[in-house]
Design a protein around this ligand. Sequence first.
Ligand code: SAM
Length: 383
Amino acid sequence: MQIVAKTFHGLEDVLAQELEALGAQNIKKVTRAVEFEGDKKLLYRANYELRTALRILVPFYKFRARHENHFYKKVSEFDWSTIISNHDTFAIASAVSSKYFTHSKYMSLKMKDAIVDQFRRNTGDRPNIDTQTPDRRFHLLIQEDRCEIAMDSSGDSLHKRGYRLNALQAPINEALAAGMILLSGWKNEKTLLDPMCGAGTIPIEAAMIARNIPPQILKERFGFHVWKDFDRKIWDEVVEEAKERTNQNELKIQASDKDPQARHYSRKNAMIVGLDEDLNFDRKDFYAVEPESEEGMILMNPPYHERLELEDAEAFYQEMGDHFKNKFQGWTAWMISSNKDALKKVGLRPSKKYTLYNGKLECKFQKFELFKGKRLDFLKSKS
Ligand SMILES: C[S@@+](CC[C@H](N)C(=O)[O-])C[C@H]1O[C@@H](n2cnc3c(N)ncnc32)[C@H](O)[C@@H]1O
């Protein structure tokens, strides 16, 4: 089976690594997605176990068209009764980048017409559209005259893990948080500190990684559950085997936020995944946070002065940098922010830099080495 895992810009490499670990074949990175081959079990595992995927698609029909009538005719040539029935509801999402077709919503509508008309012609009845909770979600991708229709095996986006029932302002996307942790290379061997944890997304994702808890452990309904070829036995096996791979490792995670609600919400969210007894959330201003160990890694998502406003963003980032340098020598720090001017005020040269998107905001995810003494001595000691 040809399968496509969709992700965020900048997370293609980590997603490909996750797929390699699952045993996927012929892995190919493309923009905001990774293509691979696998069987039904791998499709189920990809949905259940990938931390940086947003949706897993299975393309099943490809054709070329340059005109809407031709597009309609090609969609009509496919026997849709092999996939859906009159009683099913469906939805179509589309992405169009073509000089022949310009409006993606219009192309979704054309595709819907072709499917509905075929059912009407053959049965006198038709399946209905449901954009919220459809039985089947289709994805239409048009690049120039190349049209591809895929089935969405995930249902709701995989970033919705189901634990974040309580959020403050500007929570980070769960799949993005997991991607940042995987990009940092953290593996619970040293402390991970999130001193601006908000609703606890980064610490909770880190704990799930450390304990090998499947990211979709709370999700009950996947798109493929209603497919005609759904194999309950294989699915039960996937869930069982993933749960067997979890562990009870002690968590080296420190989390805090100055907002009193953050502590309360983070704890409630952690409780939903069963992690509340092993994760501590403190109420603390960052400038009062002290390292609890010699070595460690700060991984944080501070306010950008976008959704969360700051009085003086540049001064705020400068103070963060000063606190890093004064208190966290010997540590590393990773920070994501869309505020490039403020990031420069941290006053440390990043040793690694990625471009990631937090929603529509283009962000830099940067690593800073908080070495003791002089930078030159630090670099020499590493070489
Ligand atoms: C962008 S939000 C973090 C969202 C979080 N990653 C989540 O997923 O919910 C930034 C957080 O920084 C916290 N914050 C701002 N200034 C702070 C400070 N001086 N000390 C500690 N926390 C601070 C805010 O209370 C807010 O929760």
